[in-house]
Each structure stands twice: as structure tokens, then as C-alpha cells.
Design a protein around this ligand. Sequence first.
Ligand code: AMP
Ligand code: GLY
Length: 422
Amino acid sequence: MKILLLGSGGREHALAWKIAQSPRVEKLYIAPGNGGTGAVGENVALNISDFDDVAAFVINYEVDMVVVGPEAPLVEGIADYFKHHSLLKDVLFVGPSKVGAQLEGSKDFAKQFMLRHEIPTARYRTFSAGEYDEAAAFLETMQPPYVLKADGLAAGKGVLISETLEDARRDLRELLSGKFGEASSRVVIEEYLEGIECSVFAITDGTHYKILPEAKDYKRIGEGDTGLNTGGMGSISPVPFATQYWMTRVENSIVRPTVEGLAADGIDYCGFIFFGLMNCQGEPKVIEYNCRMGDPETETVMLRLKSDLVDLLEGAARGDLDCRSLDIDQRAAACVMLVAGGYPEHYDKGTVISVPEDVEGIVFHAGTKLERGQLPTSGGRVIAVSCYGATLPEALDAALRGAESIHFDKKYFRHDIGRDCL
Ligand code: AMP
Ligand code: GLY
């Protein structure tokens, strides 16, 4: 098979690494890819928001299967574009339709979906621009902390949590007056959920599903989960509190009702579903859906997937996922993300990175590019080091040794990833 993977982050490098191991692959293209993905496939300079460009490449290079990494092209409708293009009908496509991607693209859509299908989540109401007074009155009926969410995609910054009613009113006014443009023209106000977060992933063909290994990510920049939110500073899999009993609850109350709900609503959905969950005193509740894999969760989840990923992706695209097998590696996996000093605020790009040849673990590039034989940084999250271990502490120690051995000016990483779970 000739496969085209869209995206350029650590998630895509991890997906590419796993896809490339499949005996089914004749050729793997990554568009646009990064400084690391060229080692497992061929990078192609495509603008993935330009569907005509992507289509032309698929036709010219006789690509058999397209896999979408990030949410943006899905929310913009790339799956529908492929489905309705006369020359692309036979191309296997892994990624949900534009409506399906609304599970991530609109918080209000996701909340209505959960309400309709009785999927446990925080109590909420949605308000639009002209409804400040009603929204403020609803806030008063809630307990602190107050959770406000821009309805649309806001680059991971659309959730505002405040301790006082006064701050919440200010956030509400800012959101409704267009802090995130169109994305915050509607605002979801919801109940605060107390607990520990866990990321659960499923792959589905719209009817059948398989649950991938769960993971936990670490979003804050500082040790002890302090400071600003980032795109993710590391991950672990498995998650100790996600016992078989708990995961069965997740499957019965969340995963199955979600897949059945999509089908019942007539929504085309093929690809990954990311369930951002809160463990509320043993009861799993949905904080958010994403229509893609998580980053940096993929950098541990792919290590623990023993089965051929291409086989699963093909099953999702063809609608016979029930005939494919999913085997999980019982070892633990840990990932530590190396970021540029200053991130997530101001940071430098173009800093040269050196990775030792005998680096411990598996190195997944995120914000890097290859330029005339050198490897400069090109983003805030630079490189992830992922390691196996017989136990979680062993995997974590190995990932930290790997992280120490990679050098670039102003390198920063967290030393406490996964420690809260030991
Ligand atoms: P989201 O963009 O929906 O993933 O939200 C970002 C983060 O805000 C989540 O990962 C949680 O840590 C936090 N969060 C979102 N909604 C809630 C909630 N209802 N209760 C508590 N924390 C929340
Ligand atoms: N790690 C969280 C996300 O990918 O959104």
C-alpha cells in the first residue's frame, strides 16, 4: 500500500513510525512532516488545508490510503471532500466527516450529543453573543471554580477556569465579545469536575470499535503540574488507576454509547476518537472529545500497540474493523517532551539540536526541520523521547536518561512526568 499521512507533529512522527513497521507498506508519505519523519517515510511539502493540492498528490502518486493526524483539516471537511471527489472514491480514507469532527470542533455540539445519548459529562448551558445577562445569571447558580469554554477551536486555549464569580464574569464578557473571534461567539458554561484526568482512545469504522491503550498527559509547563498550559509535556501508558474494571465502565458508559450514538444520528465517523475523561471518584465522565489522537499520548500509545496499525486503519476505512485484531504490549511506556526555553510564551526557533546516535529510547520529532544536514528547532515543543520499561518507573527513568542526552540551547523538560501515579 502507498499511504499518505497528514500532519507534522510528534503525534504524526509516532504514527509514521508505527505505520512504517507494517509489512503492508510499500511507500509512506508524510505531508508536510518534520525533521524526524523523513527517517521513516518521505516528507512531501503540501499545504494540508488545501484539499485540491492533497487530492492532486493522491491521484498523481497513486496513494491507496490517506490518514489524517490533526483536527483542523477534518473540521474543515477533508473527509467529505474525498468522499465526493469522483477520482478519489476508491482511496481508503481514515478520518471523520465534517459533522463527525464537530465532536471536537464545537463544544456545544459535543455536549448536546452527550445529553442526547446519556453519556456522563458535566452539567452545562450554552449562550451566544446577545445573551450575556442570561449567562451571568446562570453562572450565579454554579459553584466555584467556574468553567467557561469557547464553543469552537481555539488552539487549546479556549477553556477558562476561574475561582471567583467576578473573574468568571470578566472571562464571560471577554469571550462573548470575541476574544477568540468566531470560536467564542458561543460559550459553554459547565460544572467543574473534580478528579484525575485520563485519555482514552478508540479507533472506529462507524459501527465497530477497538479501544487502544489509555494514557495520561501532563499539560502544565512546571513540575508538580504548575504554571501555564502547554500542548503537553509528556505522557505515560498504562495509567495505574485505569484498572480493567474502570476501563469496562468507560467502555459501557462512554465508548459504546458514543459509537452507537454517532451511528444512530447518521453521522459518518471513521478514524480515531479521543475521550478526554475525568475520573470522578471512580465514575468516568467526559470532559471533551477530540476527533484525532492525542499529542503527546500517541508517543506512548503507539509503543504499546503490538498489532499492525495499517491493518487497523484499513479495517476502519473499509468498515470491517471487527475482523482485525488488536494486541497490546504489557510493558509500560513513558514519554518526556523537550521544549524550547520560554515556551509556551516567547521562545527562539532555529536553535541547532544534537541527538546522540546511541540515544536511549525512541525519539519522536515535533518542532524540528532538516536543513542542509542540520537539525534546527522550528517550534516550542521540539522532541519527545519515549521508552519502554518492565514497570512505569523503569520506563520513566529511561525516558529521562534519553532526554538528558539530547542537547540544544535553552532545552527544558519536566523531570516529574508520571511521578504522581507511582
Ligand atoms: P479542554 O480544552 O476541553 O480539554 O479543557 C482543557 C482542560 O481544562 C482539561 O484538560 C481539564 O484539565 C480542564 N477542564 C475542562 N473542563 C473541565 C471541567 N468541567 N472540570 C474541570 N476541569 C476541566
Ligand atoms: N494531549 C491532549 C491533546 O492532544 O489535545
